[in-house]
Design a binder for this molecule. Structure first.
Ligand code: ZN
Length: 251
C-alpha cells in the first residue's frame, strides 16, 4: 500500500524555525517544495537569507538536495495595505493594549496557510509544514494548535483534498528547536551532520526584526536586543548548556 503522505510544502521564511521545519520535511518526505510570502517586510534580508539556506542545504546535504524541489515566492503586498504593524511599517515594537505585540498582523497565518494549500493543491503536495509554536508564545492567536487543526479541516473540506498541517515545533521551546536541528542533521548520514546543520542555521538563517547582519554572536547574526534576537539567544544558551552537560566526562 502506498504511503498516504509522501510530499510536502514547507512555509519557509529563511528563519531558524522554518529552516528546522524544512530539514524535518526533507528527512521525512520524498518530495519537498518551499514557499514564502513577500508582504513588504521592513527588511528583505530574510527573503535573501532563505535563498542562501536553500543553496547551502543542497550543497552540504546532497541526499536532501535530491528531494528539494521548486521554491515559490508569492507576492502578498496587499497585507501591507490592510494592516498597520511594525513588521510592515517603520514603527517601533511594543505591546498593544490588547496584550498582543504590534508585530501581530491579524489573520496573517490564516492567509499564508490558505495560499499554501492552494499552491499545494496545484503542485500535488499533501502535507503543509509550518513552524508555528505555542511554547515560546509570542501571543499570536493564529499560531495556536487549535487554529491549525481548524485550518486543516477548513482547507481539506474547502478544497476537497486531504491536507495535513504539520507543526514540528508546536510544543517545544527554542532550546529544543536547536536540539531538533542537531538530531535531524545526524540522521542525514553526513559525517558530523548534526553540527553541520546547526552551523548552517547559525550562519545563514535570519531572525532579527531589525535586519541586522553586522553583529555576529554565537547564535548567529542580529542586533541582540530585539525580541526575536533575545528569544534566539536564550534558546541557544539553553541548547549549549545541555550539550556541555551531556559531553562532560564521567567523574
Ligand atoms: Zn534583533
Amino acid at each position: 500500500m502506498a504511503a498516504m503522505h509522501t510530499t510536502a510544502l514547507v512555509l519557509f521564511s529563511g528563519g531558524q524555525d522554518s529552516t528546522t521545519c524544512l530539514a524535518h520535511a526533507l528527512s521525512r518526505y520524498a518530495r519537498v517544495e518551499t514557499v514564502a510570502f513577500d508582504y513588504g517586510q521592513r527588511h528583505h534580508i530574510e527573503l535573501g537569507a532563505r535563498l542562501n539556506v536553500l543553496r547551502e542545504l543542497r550543497t552540504q546535504f546532497p541526499a536532501w538536495g535530491a528531494k528539494l524541489g521548486d521554491d515559490h515566492l508569492l507576492d502578498l503586498a496587499v497585507l501591507g495595505s490592510v494592516s498597520d504593524t511594525s513588521l510592515t511599517r517603520d514603527t517601533a515594537f511594543k505591546m498593544e493594549a490588547s496584550g498582543l505585540p504590534n508585530t501581530f498582523v491579524p489573520g496573517r497565518n490564516l492567509l499564508f496557510l490558505t495560499l499554501a494549500a492552494a499552491l499545494a493543491y496545484r503542485r500535488g503536495l499533501q502535507v503543509l509544514v509550518t513552524g508555528v509554536c505555542e511554547t515560546d508564545y509570542s501571543g499570536y492567536p493564529d499560531c495556536r494548535d487549535d487554529t491549525m487543526k481548524a485550518m486543516q479541516l477548513a482547507l481539506s473540506r474547502g478544497m476537497d483534498q486531504r491536507f495535513l498541517i504539520e507543526t514540528p515545533l508546536m510544543w517545544i521551546d527554542k532550546a529544543e528547536t536547536w536540539e531538533l536541528a542537531r538530531t535531524l542533521g545526524d540522521k542525514s548520514g553526513v559525517a558530523n551532520g548534526g553540527p553541520a546543520l546547526v552551523d548552517l542555521i547559525i550562519e545563514h538563517t535570519h531572525t532579527c526584526y531589525l535586519g541586522d547582519r553586522e553583529h555576529r554572536h554565537a547564535w548567529g547574526y542580529g542586533c541582540g536586543t530585539c525580541p526575536a534576537c533575545e528569544l534566539r539567544a536564550k534558546g541557544y544558551a539553553g541548547f549549549s548548556a545541555s550539550l556541555n552537560k551531556a559531553s562532560l566526562p564521567a567523574a
